[in-house]
Every structure is written in structure tokens, then in C-alpha cells.
Design a protein around this ligand. Structure first.
Ligand SMILES: [Zn+2]
Length: 267
């Protein structure tokens, strides 16, 4: 059974009229419920991924890290909880991380992201990890921070934020897409990504689960339906996995999360 984890007080990380808002988690919980709320913070983890000066900035500053990324008086505590949950959550957990993480680099929060949850998850594993980033934006932060034990695969808008992810190498498989991505093309990406993982001996999958590739999303030009996430779930079902929430800014993300869980729980 999939364990769904929410982050305590995440609704206090909020700025009026910003798309990265607490309702995103509510849309999902309304469809799939949740198993537990995560409260614990392990501050000693943070410096394993981020620069001490950046951590201290998030802790003390209130305002904007870039034109997209806000920090409230509660943000440090909430983002540290999300990172801690990503590190400690058991196999088979979907963590509804807010704020999201895949744009966060060692020194910098950007693109709505504060601490890089997927990287915290990857460094907690002894196995070879495949980070599967299905958010419609490229995970520049994850790529920069890619741990020794991990490889990375991403499908993303080629002409969208943040403008990275145009080339691949032994440890990174990037598929930039310049048109409206369909469910069929998404399935083709998954086929290639899992072949890439298998060739590199991956044993554990960390999903950067962004739902902003949905046709209803206000921030992207992709056109996935919730069914694409059913197929994603089916693909991951045979593996050991953890998923962390990235983007997704339309109410349809609730339906897509439900499909993902149905696909992963089948049989
Ligand atoms: Zn995104």
C-alpha cells in the first residue's frame, strides 16, 4: 500500500496569488487521503546537500530569493521538514513535499524551490538510485547536486524555465521537448528512461513527481492527461521507490495523483 505523507504546517508557506500554494496539496489529499503528517526535522542533514550560508539565509530571511521564490517566517521549518521526510520516509511513500525542490541548487533557492527533496531522498539510499524527473521543467538543481550513487532522467520543456537540460551524458538522460507533449510521447520517454536506468544498474527509483505536464496546467505547454500518470505508476510498480511532489498548478493534479497510485497499486 502506498504511504502518503503530508508536511505539517505546509499551509503556512504561502504568498497571496502565487501558483505554488497550499491548495495544491489539498487537491491531492481530497482524492487520495493521507497516511501521516510529517513533523520531525533533522537539521544535521541539510549541510549534506546545501551550503551553510544558504541554509542560514533561508532560516533568517523573509522575502524573495528570486522573482518566483518566496520565503516566509515559517518556510525554513517547513522546507526542513520536507527534506527530512524525503530522507527518512520508507520505501513505497509518496511525500507531498511543499515547497518543492528540484530547482534548488547547493547555494540557491529558485523556481519556487527551497531545499532539494529528491536529492535528500537519493543520498539516504545505499542502492544505486535512478531519479526520474517527470516535472515539465528541468531539474537543474538535482542535476547539479546529483549524488555519487545516482543517475538522472528528465523529460521537460525545451524552451521553458530554467533553460537547462539540453544535453545528456553517462549519468544524465535529458529529453527536452519543444512541442505539446502527449501521453504517447511520455510513455516513450519512460521506455527510454527505464532502459537508461537498467543499463546503469539502478536498483531504487526516486520520482520527482511533478504534475505540471497536465494539459490543464497554467504554467506549461504540455498536454498530458491523468492517464499518463497511471502508466507511470505501472512502470514503477516492480521497483523499490519513493516519490516527492514537485510542480503541478491545476486542480486536476488530484485526479493525476489518484491515477498514479492506482497504477502503482495494481494487482
Ligand atoms: Zn515544474
Amino acid at each position: 500500500m502506498v504511504k502518503i505523507i503530508t508536511i505539517k504546517d505546509h499551509e503556512r508557506h504561502y504568498y497571496p496569488n502565487h501558483p505554488e500554494k497550499p491548495e495544491r496539496v489539498e487537491w491531492i489529499v481530497k482524492e487520495v487521503g493521507y497516511s501521516r503528517e510529517w513533523e520531525r526535522v533533522d537539521e544535521s542533514l541539510l549541510e549534506r546537500v546545501h551550503h551553510p550560508e544558504y541554509i542560514s539565509l533561508v532560516k533568517t530571511y523573509v522575502g524573495w530569493l528570486d522573482p518566483d521564490t518566496y520565503v516566509t517566517p515559517y518556510t525554513y521549518q517547513i522546507a526542513a521538514r520536507a527534506a527530512t521526510a524525503s530522507y527518512y520516509a520508507k520505501e513505497g511513500s509518496l511525500i507531498l513535499t511543499r515547497p518543492p525542490g528540484h530547482h534548488a541548487t547547493r547555494n540557491k533557492g529558485m523556481g519556487f524551490c527551497i531545499f532539494n527533496n529528491a536529492v535528500f531522498s537519493a543520498i539516504s539510499k545505499e542502492e544505486k538510485v535512478g531519479i526520474l524527473d517527470v516535472d515539465a521543467h528541468h531539474g537543474n538543481g538535482t542535476e547539479e547536486l546529483l549524488p555519487e550513487n545516482a543517475v538522472y532522467a528528465s523529460v521537460h520543456m525545451g524552451s521553458g524555465y530554467p533553460g537547462t537540460g539540453r544535453s545528456s551524458d553517462k549519468r544524465r538522460f535529458n529529453m527536452p521537448v519543444y512541442h505539446s507533449l502527449t501521453d504517447k510521447e511520455f510513455a516513450e520517454f519512460l521506455e527510454m528512461a527505464f532502459r537508461f536506468f537498467q543499463e546503469r544498474g539502478v536498483e531504487f527509483i526516486v520520482v520527482s513527481l511533478g504534475f505540471d505536464g497536465l494539459y490543464s496546467d497554467p504554467l506549461t505547454y504540455f498536454s498530458l492527461t491523468p492517464k499518463a500518470f497511471y502508466e507511470l505508476g505501472e512502470r514503477i510498480r516492480e521497483w523499490s521507490w519513493v516519490a516527492v511532489l514537485e510542480g503541478g498548478y491545476s486542480p486536476l493534479i488530484g485526479e493525476a495523483a489518484k491515477k498514479f497510485i492506482e497504477g502503482i497499486s495494481k494487482g
